[in-house]
Ligand binder design. Sequence first.
Ligand code: ATP
Ligand code: MG
Length: 553
Amino acid sequence: MTDSYNDNSNFIQKIIDKDIREGVYDRKIHTRFPPEPNGFLHIGHAKSIWLNYSLAINNDGIFNLRFDDTNPTKEEDEYIDAIIEDVKWLCPEWNGIVYYASNYFQTMYECALELINKGLAYVDDLTADEIRENRGTLTEPGKESPYRTRSIAENTNLFIGMKNGEFPDGKRVLRAKIDMSSPNLNMRDPVLYRILRATHHNTRDDWCIYPMYDYAHPLQDAIEEITHSICTLEFEDHRPLYEWVLNNIDTFQVQPPKQIEFAKLFLTKTMMGKRYLKQLVDEEFVDGWSDPRMPTISGYRRRGYTAESIRRFCDDIGVSKAQSVVDIQMLEHAVREDLKMTAPRTMAVLDPLKITITNYSEDELEYLDAENNPENPKMGIRKIPFGREIYIEREDFMEDPPKKYFRLFPGNEVRLRHAYFIKCNEVVKDVDGQIVELRCTYDPETKSGSGFNARKVKGTLHWVSATECMEAEVRLYDYMMEDEDFDKSNFTEKLNNESKVVVRNCKIEKNLVSSKPDDRYQFLRHGFFIVDQDSSEDKLVFNRIVSLKSSWK
Ligand code: ATP
Ligand code: MG
């Protein structure tokens, strides 16, 4: 079992509870996630996937992944594969069956004939512009098309003609005959089918007419026997049309799926929306959809976020009808909470400064005990080499420190984590005055774990042995958006130029030598890191998943 499922308290669960109590459906609870394969999935989609999946599982129901692939011009196989991988990753116990809306084209076509036959749909010759002009406004009713009164026989023939390729693209459309003066614009004779010659990824050139979303979606749900069709708030005004379609098709009138809307997820400092993410990819602001800075599921995966932490985040933020923006630090908090128990700790020096311990013998090397995770003692200890030469972080030394600087400076003593106290005696500089080395002495009495507590030191530094270490490349990431003050029109101008900083020649413990891509560690004081797939035999590459601290409470 995956270890966390949505608790049963959200408002959609309450609707499901009621439906079960009242016996509304004589089939299993059935949800679906219906992405359009026109981009990679983002964290907002993760919320929808996890909501639909956990509602199904919690109610002994069924969850479908269905590609809403009714628009042949925007879809690509690359996206289909990526989406499947993401859903698998987020819901490892998902059955892996993939549904395609395009497999229902024939049924949808037959349903359209049924509507025509019932006098509920007609072929319109108006152009797209004319249809738009006649649509009216929120305060004015629309105008009926002069073609609205065509006979059933004529409509049937023309629609069959549309399907058979007798008319050029855009020449005619099929429209529902509902009400041109409805206060809901979606009900003013919406277009159901258009003519479009484009090769479809699944049906190739079988069809030159394609159904519109509002018509196709309820049919897809009904064909798959979905019970609860969960979507985001922008579809609320489309619900009457969803219901109209199902109400008017004989086979789907009984126990039709019901549409329920919830508020989309928005995150601070995060650009959401496939269109905008695609722009970042196309204009090469990032290295593809899975760049670790992207709020895509695959980006987060490469960044090192765990599926468990994303599921936990989705559970934490809950589901509601009220639109709001979630602080991104809640997501980071969920990641830290997960990793702090599971990621072994290690020491890594990102900006090395060499120290020679002058009173430590040149040919000696000892192995000290270091616990792998104080929060999880089961993770045991490792041995770390300590010798005459070590590296510390350059920023952990100041020649001329301000008050309250407790790290290393001339004459001061600090603790080396898992090792000894050292005291700085001498600063060695090169011809340019750059500090190249510190000369220190250590106190053998102060060995970590020996119980020594005769004197206190305030600073504790991480370090690695200079002779027994490995080099690594570390990639530090920051938010892509510099501040909150961006909108969709100007967001590329507000991108943070330092969202990716590559640090080469970092020094890491040799213990990491057998690390493989996807292994995660906590680098003491630096945060959580994952071994990136760019690593090679001679060089490990790490992504910083998240730093250790946040201001989120
Ligand atoms: P985008 O606006 O990013 O392009 P979309 O809604 O067009 O997203 P679809 O592939 O059509 O993307 O959506 C698949 C499902 O994901 C839909 O049910 C949609 O409502 C849901 N979804 C999309 N964005 C979010 C979000 N930010 N939060 C929650 N659910 C979302
Ligand atoms: Mg969409």
